[in-house]
Design a protein around this ligand. Structure first.
Ligand SMILES: [Zn+2]
Length: 341
């Protein structure tokens, strides 16, 4: 059977064809975050036949993800499977021709550059601005095109960013908003179909980049309020003001020393503890030790401990998300008490 047969309906689109389909099959896309946006984006890219798909996500599937996170099922939430792992497993069933690489990892100044190395496009599936601005700096620094997308409530935005050609995210949205200044999906909610629309906009621009059809990029910030039916598109072009990132090459987030080991996850009532250096935990042994203190649920990637009114999700590299508090001091105390200092 012709391996390209499955792509026949997209190859007959104007300007696509076998030759560009084959070229798409040699390209790499990196999806940062595999939540609602990221799982829709990854699904479309895998189905379309990108060559290599790199998935990065720090969290695991929970029940409240299922209404909009396209790649996950109830069994993933029940078992607490990391999103990158569950997504990769599902995508391999969908298109075995795609080389899929999953990373259960926090995207931060230490990890972002290795993750995007060799990418032809980077796709935004992040759930917070700090990660997006970090990805923006890394992509501008390495000259890698990337596609921004964000959804809140019934509203969303998307824009493709070509370093050196179009404004970057810092040009478009101004300085990084301080923590707590913008609502999050946890506080404002999110409409599943609005995610699907923004993901579709993102992937369409991403495909133009991967198919080397840059002339057809929208070069716009597209804004959609799906509930009200408002669709707006603003042309983006470099303005008069100089941008610290794309004009001056100042990568403040990328070059920042890693902050404290405890970071409050914005709007989440959760704190992430990142031990340095990385550790290598034996989750099975730890699970045995912890069953006497609280309810333990473990798989090969993550151990969940319900204790003292919070939940600790402990990953094999020692990284731990303490859910149910936004107090970094308490989170560190609990981490020291149950995981070790
Ligand atoms: Zn800029």
């Amino acid at each position: 059977m012709d391996p390209l047969e499955r792509y026949s309906r997209q190859m007959i689109l104007p300007g696509w064809g076998r030759e560009r389909q084959q070229r798409l099959g040699q390209k790499t896309a990196v999806v940062i975050g595999c939540g609602a946006l990221g799982s829709h984006v990854a699904s479309h890219l895998a189905r379309a036949g990108v060559g290599r798909l790199v998935l990065a996500d720090r969290d695991f599937v929970e029940w409240h993800n299922l209404p909009r996170q396209a790649l996950y099922a109830e069994a993933d939430a029940a078992a607490g499977v990391p999103k990158a792992v569950a997504a990769a497993r599902r995508l391999r069933q969908i298109n075995s021709l795609v080389q899929i690489e999953e990373h259960v990892v926090d995207v931060n100044p230490d990890t972002v550059e290795p993750l995007i190395a060799g990418a032809d496009v980077v796709m935004d599936g992040a759930d917070n601005f700090e990660v997006r601005y970090l990805v923006n700096e890394a992509c501008v620094k390495h000259g890698i095109p990337w596609v921004y997308g964000g959804v809140l409530g019934t509203y969303g935005l998307s824009a493709a960013i070509l370093p050196g050609e179009t404004p970057c995210l810092r040009c478009l949205l101004g300085p990084l908003p301080p923590p707590g200044a913008v609502p999050t999906c946890e506080t404002a909610g999110v409409l599943g179909p609005a995610v699907a629309v923004i993901a579709a906009l993102e992937v369409t621009e991403g495909l133009k980049i991967l198919l080397e059809r840059h002339a057809e990029l929208l070069r716009s910030l597209v804004m959609v309020d799906l509930w009200n039916g408002d669709f707006e598109r603003a042309q983006t072009q470099k303005g008069q003001t100089r941008c610290p990132v794309c004009d001056e090459g100042r990568y403040e987030l990328l070059e920042a020393e890693q902050g404290s080991m405890a970071a409050v996850l914005c709007g989440r009532a959760a704190v992430q503890i990142t031990p340095r250096p990385r550790q290598s935990l034996d989750l099975t042994a730890l699970a045995e030790r912890l069953t006497v203190v609280g309810r333990v649920d473990a798989n090969e990637y993550v151990l969940r401990l319900d204790v003292e009114g919070v939940q600790l999700a402990i990953f094999a590299d020692g990284r731990t998300i303490v859910k149910g508090t936004d107090d970094p001091v308490l989170a560190r105390v609990l981490y020291a008490r149950y995981v070790g200092s």
